[in-house]
Design a protein around this ligand. Structure first.
Ligand code: DON
Length: 312
């Protein structure tokens, strides 16, 4: 039986609008604390070219750590597999901003999605340039992926994190001491904070993720990455995309996903759909509480999972 995706998404969005306990909005970046937890948005871009939306799907939000997926894609394009000499590919089992493993592991972060790993990726993407050059490149990349030149950086969010990003400063300086950061930490962080402050709405984010559902192809023609690279990025999203809650996300939702503290999640059903959800309230692991719930419900109702044969 054909899926009535429109009805499923409308029902999920209606249900989420009524939930009382919506989690806690991130407040360690003061500008993010101002966002109303009542928002819920969802957008699904399908492999056959449809776009289905529910709730506040066209309200922009701070993509935060979801930017790490696009930054990783760019870094792999620049240095290829050499990246893996500087960043691991294992789940960390720790919080996104943890420093504890770095000393044991000689300044090599566990994976590119924890903050330490993403800061190394930002260092690679800096490539001897000023932060504005690297940020311009990343912005052009997400605009190209989503086909939308309106995507921009929220400077107030970038400034807010620059004023309060003491942990990230510690991580960058600590890795610099191990020789795993090659530029001045303040330049790397300038670039990293701005990439996290990119604003997108669910619609734009679902469009930007299409190359990961299409084995690396851009739906407009041409290739963004090789099929092998797309699969590997999806594998990292599944195993590391939700930090110490990645196992639980795989268990409950069963598809690759990457969360951000702005409350967004990008999730990929290979060959089927690129999905973006957004609800600013976070659970204890720093991932969107209702976003995760909505994806769990969507996966259940569509049968989408990387652990079972595709539904008819
Ligand atoms: O570096 C930070 O703390 C933020 N800019 C991004 C963290 C984040 O989104 C973690 N994800 N759930």
């Amino acid at each position: 039986m054909a899926l009535d995706l429109d009805a499923i998404i409308a029902e999920i969005a209606d249900g989420m609008a009524k939930v009382e306990h919506r989690g806690r909005v991130a407040d360690y970046i003061p500008e993010l604390a101002k966002v109303d937890p009542a928002y819920f948005g969802m957008a699904v871009a399908t492999a056959d070219g449809r776009m289905l939306c529910g709730g506040h799907a066209t309200t922009p939000f701070s993509i935060q750590s979801i930017s790490k997926v696009f930054a990783l894609t760019l870094a792999l394009g620049k240095v290829g597999d050499q990246l893996w000499n500087r960043v691991g590919r294992e789940p960390s089992g720790n919080a996104f901003n943890s420093i504890v493993q770095l000393e044991h592991e000689q300044g090599i972060p566990r994976n590119p999605f924890i903050n330490a790993g993403a800061i190394v990726v930002a260092d690679v993407n800096l490539g001897g340039h000023q932060p504005r050059v690297a940020i311009g490149e990343l912005l052009r990349f997400v605009r190209y992926l989503s086909g939308d030149d309106g995507i921009a950086i929220n400077e107030a969010v970038a400034a807010s994190e620059t004023m309060t990003g003491f942990r990230n400063m510690a991580l960058a300086n600590y890795m610099r001491a191990f020789g795993n950061i090659h530029h001045a930490p303040e330049l790397v962080l300038g670039s990293y904070f701005h990439q996290c402050a990119i604003e997108m709405d669910c619609r734009q984010l679902a469009l930007a993720g299409r190359y990961l559902m299409l084995d690396g192809r851009h739906p407009g023609g041409g290739r963004v990455v090789s099929p092998r690279r797309a699969r590997r990025i999806n594998a990292l999203m599944l195993t590391c995309g939700h930090y110490d809650a990645s196992g639980d996300f795989a268990f409950r939702v069963g598809i690759p996903g990457k969360s951000g503290v702005g409350g967004g999640i990008l999730a990929i059903v290979p060959g089927r759909a690129s999905i973006a959800v957004w609800s600013p309230g976070l659970n204890a692991s720093g991932n969107s509480q209702l976003g995760t719930r909505a994806l769990e419900e969507l996966a259940q109702r569509t049968g989408w999972s990387v652990f079972s044969p595709p539904p008819d």
